[in-house]
Design a protein around this ligand. Structure first.
Ligand SMILES: N[C@@H](CCC(=O)N[C@@H](CS)C(=O)NCC(=O)O)C(=O)O
Length: 199
């Protein structure tokens, strides 16, 4: 299995974190989205990172990749078993991808000051508004670490790099970050460039 991964992008980080949680050592090919390897251009019609190759199977889109990894390597499971909880987790993934990811994407890509200031403010407000949910359970929505946490943690890790400092009633979010960032798998998931984001 080979993962083509950007060393800085949160979508790639999300897939590396799931692999680390499962303790799966695969070939990780670091690539730059502006200068993709030739073989990847042939494999993925959208030319995006991350891209996973497992023999004849080529997967792109981080969400598709993490769900595949969770099913292909069931231990430890990163999704609940019962259909209602699974649907709730999928809804949480949908909301994070819809509400937080586009803002994080803007902060990652753009250097336009006005756009950056607006995206920063919106992302900060939206995360702070979820403080109660962060505090309700050990992890997000659950006492077990899940794909939802793998989706949130790369964003929270990048807050200083995005120029965001959480203010207000954010103790539950700080507790959550301390807990997740201290996980062995989380540390293992970080590239050198990502480690530097919080030094
Ligand atoms: N929906 C895709 C988006 C991933 C994405 O935007 N990746 C960026 C790197 S952070 C990329 O490959 N950009 C190159 C491009 O869009 O041409 C996913 O979830 O994998």
């Amino acid at each position: 299995m080979t993962l083509y991964s950007s060393p800085t992008c949160f979508q790639s980080h999300r897939t590396r974190l799931v692999l680390a949680e499962k303790n799966i050592g695969i070939d990780v090919v670091e690539a730059d989205s502006g200068n993709l390897p030739e073989d990847l251009l042939d494999l993925n019609p959208y030319h995006t990172l991350p891209t996973l190759v497992d023999r004849d199977l080529v997967l792109y889109d981080a969400r598709v990749i993490i769900e595949y990894i969770d099913e292909r390597f069931p231990h430890p499971p990163l999704m609940p078993v019962d259909p209602v909880s699974r649907a709730q987790f999928r809804l949480a993934l949908y909301r994070i991808e819809r509400d937080w990811y586009p803002l994080a994407d803007e902060l990652q890509r753009t250097s336009d000051r006005k756009q950056t200031t607006r995206a920063r403010k919106q992302l900060e407000e939206s995360i702070v508004a979820s403080a109660d949910v962060f505090g309700a359970k050990r992890f997000f929505l659950s006492d077990e670490f899940s794909l939802v946490d793998c989706t949130i943690a790369p964003i929270l890790w990048r807050l200083p790099a995005f120029g965001i400092e959480l203010r207000g009633q954010v103790q539950p979010i700080r507790r959550y970050m301390d807990l997740v960032f201290a996980r062995r798998a989380f540390r293992d998931s970080l590239t050198d460039a990502e480690q530097e984001m919080r030094q």
